[in-house]
Design a protein. Structure first.
Length: 434
């Protein structure tokens, strides 16, 4: 939920509660004032009638004067002093409805100790209708005020938060590889201005760190490759000498294999660094099926030597939007593992549908969790030839394009499942690696 939407929601909730409480309080206050006037009128009429009784000892007829129903009873004995004002309803047979009344019931004694009871009924239907009208007007008034206040709050908040959203939008387009510095719009809001300063300092530091890391990686890779090439050339010269014994040849061969591993290790780490730094921006529509066909053709001689058969079940071309070089590296590593660690007389099954690419092959059972092989420098003890970076590179490439990859091994059957498409989405887009 957006911040503006959430703040508007809370404002709406609190405003509704406040206005309902205010409307209820105002309604009860108006009702109290009206009923107070009615009660005052009833008490005044009661006092007038009581004074007349005390002066004349007779029951006066004030119905025509006050326009209310008045009942007066006289007693030759004293009664208890009592006064009560209440509401009641009486049934009107003419209109077949109940009429709301407010009445006062008062009892007292005259100077001569004669008791009397006065009951005065006043019709309050007009007053209730007035309260209902007030209630209706208050509802429309407070509803209008609420809607207007919400609209005003939303417009003001949107205007106030516009610099923030603009800054976030510009910061989201920041390219760490670009030489263009982050330029955020000026604002007179202190908090947003401080936020912009933090953004600018942070992106500047990120840019400098990226350039330093990139320069270090490139220099380190170059400086490592040069002595490795020299060492390899020297070992090749040594192997060509005729006076070497078997032990010396074995040592030189071991040195040459270690140099090859160092070459692969250096290239793998450099490639992972480039993927993490998002160096590969070029996007193309590539066919994973075609890359697999081409890749299998490259391993044709090795597969013939190991008598490996290939089964291709491709119901889809598996088109994806990604860098073509990374696509070839990803598929090449998967096929390389399937060929190198396959058994003699084994097979490679490639299944492609509209969501998954699955590569299956037999091999030695792994002694660790297959998913751990996606971690950098994690390798199974049975595979001494591996440098522990191939599947890590595949995992990085898959994650950078929003793909999901899993590795399982059951009964010495290895299966790599790449979910290159999610719920019918036909292409993956490069995303930022966290």
């Amino acid at each position: 939920m957006k911040l503006l939407t959430k703040s508007t929601f809370y404002f709406l909730l609190l405003s509704v509660l406040a206005m309902v409480a205010g409307a209820a309080l105002l309604y009860l206050t108006i009702k109290k004032v009206i009923y107070k006037q009615i009660d005052k009128s009833l008490i005044t009429e009661k006092i007038i009638i009581q004074d007349q009784i005390e002066q004349t000892d007779t029951i006066p007829d004030f119905e025509a004067t006050f326009g209310h129903q008045i009942e007066v009873k006289l007693f030759n004995y004293p009664v208890r002093n009592f006064q009560s004002i209440k509401d009641t309803d009486i049934y009107d047979s003419k209109t077949d409805s109940f009429i709301p009344l407010r009445y006062i019931l008062s009892s007292g004694n005259t100077v001569e100790k004669k008791g009397f009871v006065i009951t005065i009924f006043q019709i309050i239907s007009e007053k209730n209708e007035l309260l209902q009208d007030i209630e209706l007007y208050m509802f429309f008034l407070f509803s209008s005020l609420l809607l207007i206040s919400i609209l005003i709050n939303y417009l003001i908040a949107r205007k106030l938060w516009r610099p923030f959203y603009n800054s976030v939008k510009i910061a989201g387009r920041f390219d760490i590889q670009s030489d263009i510095p982050l330029e955020l719009p000026q604002t007179d809001i202190k908090e947003f201005s401080q936020l912009n300063e933090v953004f600018e300092k942070m992106t500047s530091k990120m840019r400098n760190d990226y350039l330093n890391l990139k320069e270090f990686s490139e220099n380190a890779s170059h400086e490592i490759q040069t002595p490795l090439a020299v060492i390899r050339s020297k070992t090749d010269l040594l192997m060509q000498q005729k006076n070497l014994n078997k032990e010396s040849l074995s040592l030189i061969k071991s040195i040459n294999e270690s140099i090859t591993k160092l070459f692969k290790l250096n290239q793998g780490l450099l490639l992972i660094s480039k993927i993490e730094n998002q160096v590969f921006h070029e996007m193309k529509t590539v066919s994973l099926k075609q890359i697999i066909v081409n890749g299998l053709d490259n391993y044709k001689e090795i597969m013939q030597l190991k008598k490996i058969t290939v089964e291709m079940d491709a119901g889809d071309e598996a088109f994806v939007e990604m860098n073509d070089m990374l696509a070839e590296v990803m598929i090449s590593n998967l096929l390389s593992n399937a060929v190198r660690f396959n058994t003699d007389g084994g097979f490679i099954k490639c299944h492609i549908d509209n969501m998954f690419l699955i590569i299956t092959n037999p091999g030695l059972s792994v002694t660790i969790n297959p998913e751990d092989l996606f971690k950098r420098f994690h390798k199974d003890g049975n595979n001494s030839q591996s440098v522990g970076l191939g599947l890590s590179i595949v995992k990085k490439i898959a994650e950078s394009y929003g793909m999901n990859i899993t590795y399982t091994c059951r009964d010495a059957i290895h299966e790599i499942k790449l979910q290159y498409r999610i719920k019918g989405i036909h292409s993956m887009h490069f995303k930022e690696i966290s």
